[in-house]
Design a binder for this molecule. Structure first.
Ligand code: A5A
Ligand code: ZN
Length: 478
């Protein structure tokens, strides 16, 4: 991969920055010859593996992982009317086996409700089987017609984590929705990504849901990205797919369901929210390389420096830190650039002068002063530096989000706020007003019942019609 030095200004042109970083930091190769399909480079996949490790860890507390088929028979896919309406123009169909037309068309799953629920109908018998909480991490296919972008809008989503739960009552399912939202919040906390949570307007909810709670983040250009959704499915699907259970009194009852999903958009958020003009900046927990050791070999003491660098690398590795010794025959500056681009949280430089003081010089990817790392207790000292990077990352992401959210009380205000972020307005809840807001300002109603410390919920008049309204979040979204 080419490794020219030079910065990539993020603020000036976020889209250009994003594409450049995906390529140069070896996250995705966009040259695959099918639109909307992209290839993971091993380095990008190494980050993904750790990010999804966190997601699995959080879900494994009380869910079980499973795996359902990719192909869904047409007659199952076509059962739930709203669901079909929502997805029919996005489905890829398999129509042939070799040269023979299939007698039953098969859908490539755009999501797996209609693959999973016929089986749930067989599995759920009694209240003792509930709650049922399963998830899978799979590829799904959506024939997206909007502009496709790596990790953001894909036609093959490669990392679709979808959970599907079954409960006795509507209230139990509602409680599961809250639980899932809390779990997603925790997931994004671990990645240092601050989020805005809100309830989507009815016309924007998942096809076949009672309501949808969405998790959004704000990208550096001020546009929002939906990075997770949690749906209360009520009994829409349990009616259609006959998912019922015998209650404690021996009565047959319809079950209530939820589902919730996160895709590799979480990787897009990770890259975009933390990155800077030098490239990626990775939270230590998900960095494939947490520390790079760079020997500064000048003059006669090269062997000595190299030997000490090897020892330092071994000590850190033995303590379970993901460390790499960069002993390539390159200028130190070129090595710094290489690892900064790839987001490595801590760099340790070791030269003759460091050696004389029995230290290595620690440099944080998030900036700030250099720190002396005593060679005699390097693992402890480096762990502190890694924690500092995680704290720095979170603090600057929080500050940027706070700077991107502002209230607006007129359409003019709103248009201005939307130029650099998201707006808090009062809105009557009517679709005509949402449409007008979009026409005039380009911003869409993201949601109501916003859950964020940055937003206080109150009553006021609708920004579009002047009738009574409640707090709503407006944004331009990806
Ligand atoms: N069965 C439920 C979980 C479902 O499909 N929900 S969803 O349609 O809202 O998708 C879940 C999440 O996947 C979305 O919140 C969004 O973050 C992500 N997503 C949806 N379409 C995507 C696409 N084409 N490319 C990348 N991510 C996508
Ligand atoms: Zn209104």
């Amino acid at each position: 991969m080419d490794d020219d030095t030079g910065t990539i200004p993020r603020q000036a042109d976020f889209s250009a920055w994003y594409n450049e970083v995906l390529w140069r930091a070896e996250i995705m190769d966009v040259r695959y010859p099918v639109k909307g399909l992209y290839v993971w480079f091993p380095y990008g996949f190494g980050i993904r593996k750790r990010v999804y490790g966190i997601l699995r860890e959080l879900l494994d507390r009380d869910h079980e992982e499973t795996l359902f088929p990719l192909l869904i028979p047409e007659h199952e896919f076509m059962k739930e009317a709203e669901h079909i309406k929502g997805f029919e123009d996005e489905v890829y169909w398999v129509t042939h086996g070799g040269l023979s037309p299939l007698d039953m068309k098969l859908a490539l799953r755009p999501t797996s409700e209609t693959a999973i629920y016929p089986m749930y109908s067989l599995w759920v018998r009694s209240h003792a089987d509930l709650p049922l909480k399963l998830y899978q991490v799979v590829n799904t296919f959506r024939y997206e017609t909007k502009h496709t972008r790596p990790l953001i809008r894909l036609r093959e989503i490669t990392s679709f984590k979808e959970a599907h739960t079954v409960h006795e009552t509507w209230e139990d399912a509602a409680a599961q929705v809250e639980d899932a939202v809390a779990r997603y919040r925790e997931f994004y906390d671990r990645l240092g990504i601050p989020v805005l949570v809100s309830r989507r307007p009815d016309w924007d909810k998942f096809p076949g849901a009672d309501y949808t709670i969405a998790v959004d983040c704000v990208m550096p250009d001020g546009r929002t990205l939906q990075i997770g959704t949690v749906h209360h499915l009520g009994d829409h699907f349990s009616r259609t797919f006959s998912i019922s259970y015998e209650d404690r009194e021996g009565e047959q009852r319809l079950a209530h369901q939820t589902c919730y999903g996160i895709s590799e958009r979480c990787m897009a958020a990770l890259i975009a929210v933390h990155g800077d003009d030098r490239g990626l900046v990775l939270p230590p927990e998900v960095a494939p390389v947490q520390v790079v050791v760079v020997p500064i070999i000048v003059g006669k003491r090269g062997d000595e420096v190299l030997e000490a660098s090897r020892q330092l690398t071994d000590d850190l590795a033995a303590a379970g830190i993901r460390v790499k010794l960069d002993d390539r025959d390159l200028r130190p500056g070129a090595k710094y650039y290489h690892w900064e681009l790839r987001g490595v949280p801590v760099r340790l430089e070791l030269g003759p002068r460091d050696l004389d003081s029995n230290v290595s010089t620690g440099v944080l990817r998030t900036g700030g002063v250099k720190r002396a790392v005593p060679l005699s207790e390097a693992p402890r000292s480096v762990r502190e530096l890694l924690e500092e990077v995680a704290r720095d990352l979170r603090a600057s992401a929080d500050a940027r989000l706070a700077g991107a959210v502002a209230s607006a009380s007129s359409m003019n205000d709103l248009a201005q706020v939307l130029e650099r972020g998201v707006a808090i307005v009062n809105w009557c809840g009517g679709q005509p007003c949402a449409d007008r807001i979009e026409e005039v300002t380009g911003g869409a109603v993201l949601g109501v019942e916003i859950r964020s410390d940055l937003v206080t919920q109150d009553e006021g008049v609708c920004i579009a019609c002047g009738k009574p309204g409640t707090t709503a979040l407006i944004g331009r979204s990806y």
